[in-house]
Design a protein around this ligand. Sequence first.
Ligand SMILES: Cc1ncc(COP(=O)(O)O)c(C=O)c1O
Length: 468
Amino acid sequence: MKTTAERIGDVTIQGSTADNKQSGPVQTNTVQGGNNLDPWYHHYADRAAGLKASEVRALFAVASRPEVVSLAGGMPYVAALPQDLVINAMERVMREKGATALQYGSGQGVPLLREQILDVMALEGIKANADDVVVTTGSQHALELVSKLFLNPGDVVISEGPSYVTAMVIFKSYQAEVDHVPMDENGLIPAALIEHIAALKAAGRTIKFLYTIPSFHNPAGVTLSWTRRMEILEICRSNNILVLEDNPYGLLYFDKQAPDAIRSLERDGVVYLGTFSKTLAPGFRVGWALAPHAIREKLVLANEAAVLSPSSFTQMVISEYLSTADWKGQINTFRGVYHERKNAMLAALEEYLPDLTWTNPTGGFYVWVTLPEQLDSKAMLPRAVKELVAYTPGTAFYADGDGRQNMRLAFCYPTPESIRVGIRRLATVIRGELDLLDTFAGTGTLGAAPDRPGARNQRYAGPPANIS
Ligand SMILES: Cc1ncc(COP(=O)(O)O)c(C=O)c1O
């Protein structure tokens, strides 16, 4: 048997600092089978293997430098929220109910806020009971709790392809597989969903739920039509599949409201997720799940096990804000800001990259761009960052490595002027890539830049957008 020293001695750092001079070489808590970077490597649970940093994370650190126009992150433009509204709400909470706000609260959330959340959801056709609402630490945490309750290793989650990257990280961390169903301009395609369910069942797989973002999809920017909402619900009902409806952007429409939520059609087969992150501010970290009664019961237990209670303070500040401020007017302000930025982005794409295809979102934060077939958005990203523009490569949004021909552009945070600069830089990068391909393989066929002679009559006959 190995001695403790042998067991912990796989990696030894020769100590020479003042602190460890007396004790000689310092042994780290390295465990047999570990490695130099992480001595605990072989001790992690299998599920931790799913927790991988995004391959483009390091680049995003560079991309957050002020000279880079970042079209990558989906950060809400919180500067459009007057700070006084928040300061006043915080002050009133502290003066009038400070002791409660600073205390632990209920694992299900503050009762008054749960009532007010019903008013928010009513705007998208949902009728519910406050007893079925569970407040969570952002909707991200609701995704985590639902996954914890439902997913066993090897289970399948069906989702749109592409899908929200950090939901997939959670599903994978529970060792579930993500099966992507394609979309078109009206969202998830029902016939494809039927096919996928049949194939998965034939292969003996266990489908736990359909994860869907029906309104102003992240990253695709498309919205599921009303007819399809009904069809998809019916398909899931008849196959006994739970629907996990994630709706952070639904109220951020531009001209026309999105169809009512899927949850407005059905109470028992849908877990609905909402959040204040996009309609107020993400810093509060307050979201919620609305669940069928039995699931709600388990969600509260899971919430308590994870956090005891969501923050009383931030819930009470939001509750105060909803009681005293014109929150619907504030959502309208956000809608105006994002609409202007979306228009700026599409106008710049039309001007600088007319040969590409992209989606035209009617709300939310994102445009999904399809590149010429021969380009690889992931490989191109370092060159884009060098040109001082960042985007998220399409591969981030697929569990299976697909998406190289796509990129997500977020218009929520930069000003319209910066968006224009960013797209102009992106056009330079794309043209550079195609020129390179032309030189070495004769395959780069995008037309010249619009400001170069002959640009318009050499247009690239691009591939059809997979979502447009
Ligand atoms: C589709 C989707 N779901 C969930 C979240 C998480 O939001 P939060 O945890 O801030 O409520 C986001 C954030 O961007 C999102 O885009």
